[in-house]
Design a protein around this ligand. Structure first.
Ligand code: N01
Length: 541
């Protein structure tokens, strides 16, 4: 390390998305000096990077926003049910300006390493420009899906055309007009991009490994009166989201799909299909715990695919066979209809695997497909991937990667902290409800808990907070027990890590319900942070 003067702050926050922006706002209001580092040149996080055609949110806009400020909620007007990426990005820019956050955000800066210095009892943060910064608290707000997965397919470097990953889309428009385009991957990103690109490209070839259960989003513009009413009901909406299982104001039907007569169940599914959005997954409480109920939902969606897609061979290839919902349910706009277009070709790469990428396109076991553009909609190394991109080292120089290495289960306390890494907080970290809850609401809960915790520590002259091994073992066991009672753990997806070659399989999302989780975290705080070691430096040295 050089002898340069090292800047020091109370808190370093990583990422200027929903999490980082609100964390900064909270810490400032409590008088903590804070700096946010952001790799991009603007705010927005996932909505800054995911600019691919068709990108929009799958949670309704009136719920997919901050609730910490009534004024903000009243000032901002969403235009449609499911907001487009550009609109969410505008919203986050508005928030950054509205609360004058930019002055404490350093853009175009990547944190490469964060090491806990045991002599100073502080974190030394290493930046990609060679600078260092010392901080008491280190807080990650880097999301669960920011480490892009570009599969290691032989020959990519030889490809003469252009290629893109959906999560690192260029800022300028990619022109597909008159082009032969190939897209690999049919998860949420691929399914949103395919109908839009198909309208522009000369030919679109979809390389599908696993078909998906997707429900029509039924996006529409909002009426003025609806928005007025929503704003009037802000407090009630906020209360119901914050006290709900999923961070949205929707109640789940408490009935089992198997208790309902066939005709009634069919009508319930039809109604949810017509309504669009996530209503379908809330039709019965046991779709993800009872295999028979699950199959009823799965077969309903397959029947819809067979109705929509005209070519029965293509329709059958598009019918998923795995258990409904064990991969994230997708919302689409005209996805299956797109396969009725003459310029769209579906290639089943389970039947005929991709062998290599050539200078001119993609070679599968049976065919060569000439392409000018290849799009990787191949997802992310989820949950731990973003954290592992940074060399985070706690006590004794042990890295997070080593602590959670192959097969050794990830262990956290509340999905927020982990033993051996004092004063490290992970917003929406592994083993918290995160991606199975409406994210802005999950983020607000974490941010407020962290800020309160830091305030408490300062008020009580406590310098370090770190979970006990016992507390984190108990939390992780509870997390696994809850997950193992569901069908989620049986799926092969980024939820379980099965999408990344060699990644140990584990389900790292807390499924006990957002309401229960919030109550639990609050009780930990009310009981003087039970499960944490609270340390005063005076008594350490
Ligand atoms: O990624 P995915 P995503 N050869 O992992 C395939 C959120 N999100 O970016 O299923 C061939 O879901 C892979 O196949 P398989 C949301 O939480 C939200 O689409 O592994 N194919 C799969 O089809 C979502 O769940 C929104 O067999 C390969 C696809 O690539 C999460 O982000 C929008 C392959 C990856 O699907 C991730 O979604 C977008 C290979 N080597 C994203 N490797 C909204 O809010 C992978 N695949 C709406």
């Amino acid at each position: 390390m050089s002898s340069q003067t090292i800047k020091e702050v109370d808190a370093v926050v990583l990422g200027a998305g929903f999490a980082g922006l609100y964390m900064l706002h909270q810490l400032r209001s409590k008088g903590f000096s804070t700096i946010v580092y952001e790799a991009g040149d603007g705010v927005g996080g996932v909505w800054y990077w995911n600019r691919y055609p068709g990108a929009r949110c799958d949670i309704e806009s009136i719920y997919y926003n901050y609730t910490f400020s009534k004024e903000l909620y009243e000032e901002w007007t969403w235009t449609s049910r499911f907001p487009e990426q550009a609109e969410i990005l505008r919203y986050l820019n508005y928030v950054a300006d509205r609360f004058q956050l930019r002055s404490d955000i350093q853009f175009n800066t990547r944190v490469t390493a964060a090491h806990f210095d045991e002599k100073q009892h502080k974190w030394m943060i290493h930046l990609n420009d060679g600078q260092y910064i010392l901080t008491r608290y280190f807080i990650t707000g880097i999301g669960c899906l920011s480490a892009a997965n570009v599969p290691n397919i032989q020959g990519l470097q030889q490809f003469n055309g252009k290629w893109y990953h959906t999560g690192h889309w260029p800022h300028e428009k990619v022109d597909f007009t008159g082009k032969r385009v190939g897209i690999i991957g049919t998860g949420s990103s691929g399914i949103q991009a395919i109908p839009v690109i198909a309208k522009e490209a000369e030919q679109l070839t979809v390389f599908q490994r696993t078909p998906q259960y997707t429900i029509p989003a039924r996006n529409h513009a909002y009426e003025e009166d609806f928005i007025k009413e929503t704003k009037k009901n802000f407090e009630a909406i906020k209360r119901s989201m914050r006290n709900s299982v999923s961070g949205t104001p929707f109640a789940q039907n408490q009935q089992s799909a198997m208790e309902e007569p066939d005709d009634k169940r069919q009508a319930v599914f039809e109604k949810a299909w017509a309504q669009g959005g996530f209503a379908f997954s809330a039709t019965y409480h046991d779709l993800l715990t009872n295999e028979q109920s699950n199959e009823k939902a799965a077969e309903f969606i397959r029947s819809k695919i067979r109705q929509i897609v005209k070519d029965p061979v293509v329709a059958e290839k598009l019918c998923p066979k795995y258990m409904y919902g064990t991969k994230r349910q997708v919302l689409d706009s005209d996805y299956f209809e797109t396969y009725n277009r003459e310029n769209v070709l579906l290639v089943d790469v389970k039947e005929s695997p991709i062998q290599k990428i050539t200078g001119e396109g993609i070679q599968t076991a049976d065919n060569h497909f000439d392409l000018e553009i290849i799009i990787f909609a191949t997802g992310y190394d989820g949950m731990t991937g973003p954290l592992f991109k940074i060399d985070i080292r706690g006590r004794n120089g042990v890295s997070l990667k080593e602590k959670w290495k192959d097969g050794a289960a990830v262990q956290t306390y509340l999905g927020l902290t982990t033993a051996g890494f004092p004063n490290l907080f992970m917003i929406t970290g592994p083993e918290s409800p995160s991606v199975l809850v409406n994210m802005p609401i999950a983020i607000e809960q974490h941010v407020e808990w962290i800020a309160e915790c830091m305030h408490y520590l300062r008020e009580h002259d406590i310098d370090l907070v770190e979970p006990t091994i016992e507390a984190e073992e108990a939390w992780s066991t509870h997390c696994r027990d809850v997950a193992n009672a569901t069908l989620y753990v049986k799926g092969d997806s980024w939820y379980t890590g099965a999408n990344i070659e060699g990644k140990p399989r584990s389900f790292l999302i807390y499924l006990g319900g957002f309401d229960y989780y919030t109550k639990y975290c609050n009780e930990v705080a009310q009981n003087n942070y039970v499960g944490f070691k609270l340390m005063k430096l005076k008594s350490i040295s």
